[in-house]
Design a protein around this ligand. Structure first.
Ligand code: GLC
Length: 566
């Protein structure tokens, strides 16, 4: 099933010709380990569960997997609070399980990318515990960002910064000092001005590179350096959930750079990545760095992927673009321009573990909900049929574009957001830190349905599941979609296989005129791609149909449908 793969993509292959490296066109599948497959039966997914299910990803045709964190962690932010960067949390298995998973992935020609969380650690990290035990001004405290408070007795936070998850970004410790945490209070920010921190992370990179990982997805890659003096900052009202100055309503479309907050996108971060790039370049096998940098507009994101920095940066401007033809054309143009200006491929992404799944999001009437989530009381809840139809069309458009594409586990099944999770099962710190005002991200993190009639739909043999799976998810189960021609799973499989066959992912985009304002029409790699974002059918252009995101109607391309033609 898995062996119709191109030699050039084999992880062990010799270095590729510049411009043809694997990561320029790769389709990278994001695994959220807690929710992928649970071999131990405790209701939380794990590494042996992943290993056991890797064949299905090879069959789908992905080039690489990216795993969200599986490191030792108290799980206050689902593992993005790391207590030991060089070990596996017992919840997920052991280092031996990791090695086994990596070896199996490589056997299947799937590369392995791990998550690296350098902006902050867990408060249970040995260094933070040492910092708490040490006095103000100590070497131990200098690995984090401790400050005296404002006010007569230091009783006020050192500045007015707010946490991305809501509430103040500072917490006071018993001796009166405060520490900075841009996220949860259990996630203290490292002091990247301290050489000891930099050296430690070089060692962490080496540790995983020596274990044969193919790259790192770098968490909050825009956040590690803070402006001198930590000046006050008030985010604009329309700022996105990353704390202002980023993720505006039309990211990537405006030419104006936003004012960056003093904690995001500071020039100094680039020096860190240059040092990391040198380290990676010393390893054989084209290992990569991919930046999670929520900055805006796109030419600024492209700074992360200049030739001596990272290889890829997530294109969140694309993710946030509504299902609207003119906005899509602009963001595609802007992305290709911005990334090619620095010699990097564009990336494309529609879903991940932080945003509302696109099978729901694209039918939402409210905008800019990333990180805020949707729940039963959200106004303008999506129609699931419209959402899935648009999601399939949006994916078919994305997978034709030149560059590298990211798929989030479950989207190949057409999974919607789990909107009706009961309040008492929610676990995202955003939910707690905003007293339930923001639902947060649990709705996109519900464990996957593998088999319609197995306990927990095959996620876990015991039927346990750390977030409850909606009762109607049997219909999305992989076994019911496998081999069924019009299923979402077969649409993804066909798109990935044809993408490789036609060499999509490389090459350029040529816009095709003569279609209405609600149509995105382009030619790339010898394939004509037409996405009808409107409600009314349009006449299909000439050509043999290679792929259609929904059934065609005679010679018409119906609304909310994308087609590939030869
Ligand atoms: C990133 C992760 C998100 C996490 C945050 C803090 O944005 O994707 O899940 O909560 O960083 O580490």
């Amino acid at each position: 099933m898995s062996n119709d793969r191109d030699e050039a993509f084999a992880p062990t292959s010799a270095a590729s010709t510049p411009g043809q490296e694997w990561w320029r066109t790769a389709v990278i599948y994001q695994i959220y380990p807690r929710s992928f497959a649970d071999a131990s039966g405790d209701g939380i997914g794990d590494l042996p569960g992943i290993t056991a299910r890797l064949d299905s990803l090879a069959g789908l045709g992905v080039d690489a997997i990216w795993l969200s964190p599986f490191y030792t962690s108290p799980q206050k932010d689902a593992g993005y609070d790391v207590a030991d960067y060089c070990d596996v949390d017992p919840l997920f298995g052991t280092l031996a399980d990791f090695d086994e998973m990596t070896a199996r992935a490589h056997e299947l020609d799937i590369r392995v990318i791990v998550d690296l969380v350098p902006n902050h650690s867990s408060d249970q990290h040995r260094w933070f515990q040492e910092a708490l035990a040490a006095p103000a001004g100590s070497v131990e405290r200098d690995r984090y960002i401790f400050r005296d408070g404002a006010g007569a007795d230091g009783e006020l936070p050192p500045n007015n910064w707010q946490s991305v998850f809501g509430g103040p970004a500072w917490t006071r410790v018993p001796d009166g000092q405060w520490y900075l945490h841009l996220f949860d209070s259990s996630q203290p920010d490292f002091n990247w001005d301290n050489r000891i921190v930099r050296d430690e992370f070089l060692d962490i990179l080496r540790f995983w590179l020596d274990r044969e990982v193919d790259g790192f997805r770098v968490d909050v890659a825009h956040g590690m350096i803070k402006a001198d003096g930590l000046p006050d900052y008030t985010p604009p009202a329309e700022g996105g959930s990353m704390g202002g100055g980023t993720a505006t309503l039309e990211p990537g479309i405006s030419d104006e750079a936003n004012d960056d907050p003093p904690y995001w996108a500071q020039e100094g971060v680039h020096e860190i990545y240059r040092e990391w790039r040198k380290l990676l370049d010393g390893y054989a096998g084209e290992r990569i760095l991919a930046a999670e940098a929520w900055v805006d507009p796109l030419p600024k994101v492209a700074k992360w992927v200049r030739p001596d920095e990272m290889h890829q940066a997530f294109n969140f401007a694309y993710l946030e673009t509504p299902w609207e033809a003119s906005a899509l054309r602009s963001v595609i143009d802007n992305s290709l321009d911005a990334f090619s200006a620095v010699g990097a491929p564009s990336t494309w992404v529609l879903s991940n573990h932080d945003v509302v799944r696109h099978a729901s999001r694209l039918a939402l009437t409210a905008e800019n909900l990333q990180g805020h989530g949707v729940g039963p009381k959200t106004p303008g809840l999506p129609d699931p049929v419209v959402g899935l139809r648009r999601a399939r069309a949006a994916t078919a458009l994305m997978l034709a574009l030149p560059g590298s594409a990211y798929i989030y586990q479950g989207e190949e099944l057409g999974l919607p957001e789990a909107i009706n999770l009961p309040d008492e099962v929610r676990q995202d710190p955003t939910w707690f830190r905003t007293n339930g005002e923001r639902y947060g991200r649990d709705g996109c993190r519900v464990p996957l349905p593998w088999e319609a009639s197995a306990p927990a739909y095959g996620f876990s043999e015991t039927g346990a599941s750390w977030l409850p799976q909606p009762t109607d998810w049997a219909t999305y189960a992989r076994d019911l979609q496998n081999g069924v021609p019009d299923s979402t799973l077969e649409l993804y499989r066909s798109a990935l296989h044809q993408r490789r066959e036609h060499g999509l992912g490389l090459g350029e985009v040529e816009w095709l005129d003569g279609f209405g304002p609600e149509v995105v029409a382009l030619r790339t790699g010898g394939v004509t791609v037409v996405a009808n974002t409107g409600a009314d059918p349009i006449a299909l252009p000439e050509g043999a149909v290679l792929l259609a995101s929904s059934p065609l109607e005679g010679n018409d391309l119906p609304g909310d449908t994308t087609v590939w033609l030869s």
